[in-house]
Design a protein around this ligand. Structure first.
Ligand SMILES: Nc1ncnc2c1ncn2[C@@H]1O[C@H](COP(=O)(O)OP(=O)(O)OP(=O)(O)O)[C@@H](O)[C@H]1O
Ligand SMILES: Nc1nc2c(c(=O)[nH]1)N=C(CO)CN2
Length: 165
């Protein structure tokens, strides 16, 4: 079993509903056990072109008996099942699942880069620090230290925590 962190994001439609449905789908995943869910934050879009609605983001911690590509495929299946519309790279989306960390593994595969290149985005660091401030991100450092250097403007706590399962 690996300790895995999956980032959830939504900036279209019923954003909280999509995150809730994604957590439920992860709970049902074969070989997956949801350990914890971070608080939900409303976050200004980063690294996008033009105007976009604000995201809701959170991170789910899992015990994972799947291989990394199996986990990616499961996450992509969840996105598809919940009706993700792909209107292009970084376009607004109903639901995005990112494999942020897979144990302490570093992977470079045509379909999967781990740690996820966006793991250091401030909203991910905020959520990861809520789950485990001492968490080590391979090649980057410990989450609490990274969070100290992050710009947290544009990240608003909603006071909402999704039920783990
Ligand atoms: N760690 C990862 N988690 C999820 N997808 C990944 C990962 N590494 C590579 N990918 C690949 O990224 C591709 C594009 O994903 P997606 O359309 O969600 O990107 P994006 O959301 O526009 O940008 P970002 O990658 O910054 O979230 C996927 O088809 C997947 O194969
Ligand atoms: N705040 C925020 N910004 C983003 C996000 C996201 O989940 N939250 N995802 C992106 C592409 O996946 C691009 N920009």
């Amino acid at each position: 079993m690996r300790r895995v962190f999956v980032g959830l994001g939504s900036n279209l439609g019923d954003r909280a509903g999509y995150l809730r449905a994604a957590v439920r789908a992860l709970c049902r995943g074969p070989g997956l056990e949801v350990v914890a869910v971070s608080p939900v934050y409303e976050t200004d879009p980063v690294e996008v072109e033009g105007e976009q609605p604000a995201y809701l983001n959170c991170v789910v911690e899992l015990e994972c008996g799947l291989g990394p590509l199996e986990l990616l495929r499961y996450c992509q299946g969840v996105e598809a099942a919940l009706g993700r519309e792909r209107k292009g790279e970084k376009a607004p989306r109903t639901l995005d699942l990112d494999v942020l960390l897979f144990g302490e593994e570093r992977l470079e595969h045509p379909e999967l880069t781990v740690p996820h290149p966006g793991v250091g985005r401030a909203f991910n660091l905020r959520c990861l620090a809520d789950l485990d401030p001492g968490l080590y991100i391979p090649g980057r450092g410990v989450v609490s230290g990274l969070l100290g250097g992050a710009d947290l403007e544009g990240i608003r706590a909603l006071g909402e925590v999704l039920e783990p399962c």
